[in-house]
Design a protein around this ligand. Structure first.
Ligand code: ATP
Length: 919
């Protein structure tokens, strides 16, 4: 088999030859042939080449500023005679480097694998049928359909094309859309051949049918992509802020180290090399190793959790922004509602029909005034049914009475297909008699769709669309099969019917037509929106229900409690929009409804004023969302905005969080968005916001925890210094390092995966200007948790000293007594940290309420922490390295009591805070 290259050759050669070279026809391949080809050519996917080897990424973790500082410190420690300390510092560095690499690797994997959860589908012609397949399974020779919003899945030559515009910016960088057609014109520059569409580009407008000439790495896009690797983006403002923070803390650590060095040398008259080692230990203790990768991993975990709740976040940045979201601009159809449309009523000038019937069988259950109407119906009803059936691109496969029908197309049109089935209309037979010769596809700006059908010497122009747009194009009305001029009274009764349906939250769709004599093909080709969709004959209306999603009520309530404003921005009519908004508790009946037309006339000031009130936007074109989003942003709001169509892309890009629909959304919208909902459900946005808030608050808990141990690490050294060495060093440098990297690590990780604290969604959104490391956290870490731990660990030190005969210094410095005292200081710090880990788990809620054992990782951390302490104090070799002695029974008793008052005092503080908040 020949795999054509997408060069001019495929564009210029006669189509018949191209098809025969590809061993296919304009009807596409058979399933068997396609399956065989897939085996030989492989899947239609781009393998990007790895730019950076894993080894390099691994080594990067050992060459950062902080790592270099630690390497040098280790060497200095060794040179100044403390080989043990040198090795310990290097060990810290190595553990930290490996740990960082492991965390980053997992974070990258977590975010990478998510994208695989979102397959792209293509409508392909196989075995004479149109099927939806995963674009990965496309092979050369396949014939597929394209429409506005589709990503072009492979390089292909056009077989049919109606007003096709393609955005080739991914290939050429050129943002002006290129027109494509069946006829070949070379165009200027690369990829400009008019009859070829390229993989990696996207259809902005029109519809087409094309034959695949190359897939996967053989496509032009594949060739470019093979040169570069798109690294998953792991930097966000948050990580940048942390980077800065780590550097700042490192500098502060060095200043403290220098101060300690000078004090030890000149004030305490410690030997210079000892002072040096002492200062080094302090520096290492203060530097927040492992902070950045842990944060990255926490964010990546947040991404994974969001994915489980049906929200795929494309970058870590968005996890952070989600927590700040203050406004959600949401579509109605499919996001707030189920997108399961059913036609309930039909209105024609001669009467109103109620549609019933649970099943989708051809039983003619179209009723008038409760009585079934014969399948023949009335002439007006018949005309409406025939427009609904023929002006329709959707296929519905019935899977028996019990199963939901499978829809290939849109739910609106599917509802019409089912209606026509109920009415016993044979679409296929009609299409044979009056085949479709032209289509002007639906677009959400003009809110209409037209198909042209030829029956002998007559052309029937069938139009359906939003009543507000279509009625203006109608000059006549059909009554009892006869058309006459439409009067103001007719329009009034049509509007009245429409309003009645809309007030019930039903969506109405209007139908019209016109017949003209057929002259020739040029006449058909010349039919465009301007000359086809005018002077129409109005036929009737359908009203369809689309019930709200069941989860929506809870999600809306949650947003209100979390002070997140929801603004419905819909293409549907005012009354329908308001009725649904009120039904789901989004707004009261006082809400103002602004239409797209009105929005255009509003100036900036008036729009801002309106946006502060309860508001709904109806009959809005997707482009107008951009204005709403940007105005909200200029008011300081952090905006999440939903969208699914091609024209939604600018607003999705503009929004702080662009949210695309994974099921019904176009590839273009998904590409422009930061987050994709795999279930199209509004409730999933709220779930993601909740996760975003949880991730952020867990990071703060984590920071609070790792910072608070710095105080009890530094205070003992300060005691030693400021007593001019009168109080022997209560905690040796090796012991400081033990706390810093040994015992602190695991409980800290546990805090990163703490479950949502009750009440996260009952607080206002976080301010955009808020810093992760807030003053409040610093205070809490140093002046509250840190101070408590310092006092208790110092007490433990003196307690051990007293027992050993304080203030007999000779006794203290003589081995066992001193070792026991320092062991007690270390052990007391560890037990204070156990309390801190539990206390950090909640900001306000009692940990007894959230369940003291509910976070298993923390408990694993605590057990490991205590085991480590035991190993260090009971293993003879380690005893001498870490200056430890076995603790006595009474010591353990003292230690085990420590966490109790600390937890209880903090519980008291939380209780006061809760009380204060409630009052
Ligand atoms: P939302 O913006 O909340 O998703 P929507 O689905 O009503 O709401 P659009 O898809 O832009 O928004 O549709 C706007 C209007 O166009 C609809 O209210 C309907 O009257 C009309 N319409 C929708 N689909 C079609 C179609 N396939 N053919 C003709 N008209 C349609």
């Amino acid at each position: 088999m020949i795999i054509m290259k997408s060069e001019n050759k495929a564009a210029t050669m006669p189509l018949t030859q191209l098809l025969s070279d590809l061993k296919t026809s304009d009807q596409g391949l058979s399933e068997d042939v396609a399956a065989a080809r897939l085996k030989t050519v492989g899947q239609n996917t781009i393998h990007r080449q790895k730019q950076q080897s894993q080894l390099l990424i691994f080594l990067k973790n050992f060459t950062s500023l902080m790592a270099i500082l630690l390497w040098v410190s280790g060497i200095i420690a060794m040179l100044s005679g403390s080989v043990e300390l040198g090795i310990a510092i290097w060990a810290v560095n190595i553990i930290n480097g490996v740990f960082s690499y492991w965390q980053e690797h997992r974070a990258a994997k977590a975010t990478d694998s998510l994208m695989a959860m979102l397959p792209t589908y293509t409508r392909v012609h196989r075995d004479g049928k149109v099927k939806q397949i995963n674009a990965l399974d496309l092979v050369p020779g396949d014939v597929f359909d394209l429409q506005a919003g589709n990503a072009v899945p492979a390089d292909a030559r056009l077989l049919e094309a109606t007003s096709v515009q393609v955005d080739q910016s991914a290939l050429t960088g050129e943002t002006v859309p290129e027109s494509k057609s069946v006829e070949f014109t070379p165009g200027e520059g690369k990829y400009a051949e008019s009859n070829i569409v390229y993989a990696g580009t996207a259809v902005g407008a029109g519809t087409a049918k094309a034959v695949v000439i190359a897939t996967g790495m053989a496509t032009e896009f594949g060739k470019i992509a093979s040169l570069t690797e798109k690294q998953s983006n792991l930097t966000s403002p948050l990580t940048l802020e942390l980077n800065r923070l780590t550097k700042q803390i490192s500098i502060i650590a060095m200043i403290i180290g220098l101060l300690f060095f000078l004090t030890a040398t000149f004030f305490v008259h410690y030997p210079v090399n000892q002072s040096f080692i002492f200062a080094l230990g302090m520096i290492v203790a203060f530097i927040p190793e492992g902070l950045l990768p842990t944060v990255t991993l926490s964010l990546a975990r947040g991404v994974q959790k969001m994915a489980k709740r049906h929200a795929l976040v494309k970058d870590l940045n968005s996890v952070e922004t989600l927590g700040e979201t203050t406004v959600i601009c949401s579509d109605k159809t499919g996001t707030l509602t189920q997108n399961q449309m059913t036609v309930n009523h039909i209105w024609v000038p001669t009467g109103e029909f109620t549609v019933s019937g649970q099943g989708f069988v051809n039983n003619g259950q179209v009723e008038k005034d409760g009585q079934p109407v014969s399948k023949v119906g009335t002439p007006d009803l018949n005309r409406l049914i025939s427009i609904a059936a023929l002006n329709n691109d959707t296929q519905v496969e019935n899977n028996g009475k019990l199963k939901k029908p499978k829809i290939l197309g849109t739910p609106t049109e599917a509802a019409l297909v089912i209606l026509c089935q109920k009415a016993g209309f044979d679409t296929a037979a009609h299409l044979k008699i009056m085949p479709r010769v032209k289509e002007l596809p639906f677009d959400s700006r003009r809110k209409m769709m037209t198909t042209v059908h030829r029956e002998g010497n007559q052309l029937d122009i069938y139009v359906k669309g939003a009543l507000s747009d279509l009625l203006g194009q109608c000059t006549q009305i059909q009554v009892n099969g006869i058309s006459r001029e439409i009067t103001a009274a007719d329009k009034e009764s049509i509007d009245a019917a429409n309003e009645k349906y809309a007030a019930q939250g039903l969506r109405s769709l209007a139908f019209a037509y016109r017949s003209i004599p057929f002259k020739n093909q040029t006449q058909v080709d010349g039919l465009e929106i301007a000359n086809a969709e005018k002077q129409l004959i109005f036929v009737g209306l359908t009203a369809m229900s689309d019930p709200p999603r069941p989860e929506i009520y809870g999600a809306v309530k949650k947003c209100h409690e979390a002070q997140i404003k929801i603004i419905m921005v819909t293409g549907d009519s005012q009354l329908t929009a308001k009725s649904i908004a009120m039904q789901i508790g989004l707004t009261s009946d006082k809400a103002r409804v602004i239409t797209g037309a009105e929005l255009d006339t509003l100036n900036d000031h008036d729009l801002k004023e309106a946006l502060q009130e309860e508001i709904i936007f109806a009959r809005v074109a997707p482009e107008q969302k951009y204005k709403i989003v940007s105005t909200l942003q200029s008011m300081g709001e952090v905006v999440a905005s939903t969208g699914d169509g091609v024209n939604d892309a600018p607003a999705l890009k503009k929004a702080n969080i662009g949210v695309a629909m994974g099921v019904t959304g176009t590839d273009v919208a998904k590409d422009a968005a930061n987050m994709i909902l795999t279930d199209d459900n509004f409730a999933s946005i709220v779930a993601a916001i909740e996760e975003g808030r949880v991730v952020y608050s867990n990071l703060q808990k984590f920071l609070l925890y790792i910072l608070n141990s710095n105080m009890p690490e530094a205070v003992p050294s300060a005691l030693f210094l400021f007593s001019r060495g009168l109080i022997p060093l209560p905690l040796t440098i090796m012991q400081i390092l033990t706390v810093d990297l040994g015992t602190d690590l695991l409980p800290a990780l546990g805090l990163g995966s703490e479950a949502a604290e009750p009440g996260v969604m009952q607080q206002p959104p976080r301010a955009k200007t808020a810093h992760l490391l807030s003053k409040r956290i610093l205070w809490k870490a140093f002046a509250w948790y840190g101070a408590i731990a310092s006092v208790i660990s110092t007490l433990a030190y003196f307690f051990a000293n007293l027992q050993a005969g304080w203030p007999n210094r000779a006794l203290l410095s003589s081995g066992v007594g001193y070792s026991r005292a320092t062991t007690m200081t270390l052990a007391a710090i560890i037990f204070c940290q156990i309390a801190a880990a539990l206390n950090c788990r909640t900001e306000e809620e009692s940990i007894f309420k959230v369940g003291i054992f509910s976070n298993h990782i923390i408990w694993v951390g605590i057990v490991v922490e205590v085991l480590l302490l035991m190993i260090l104090s009971y293993t003879p070799v380690l005893q001498s390295v870490f200056h430890m002695t076995p603790l006595l029974g009474q010591d353990w008793l003292f230690l085990c009591v420590i966490p109790i008052p600390i937890v209880l005092v903090e519980e008291g503080r939380k209780w006061v805070q809760r009380k204060r908040k409630r009052s």
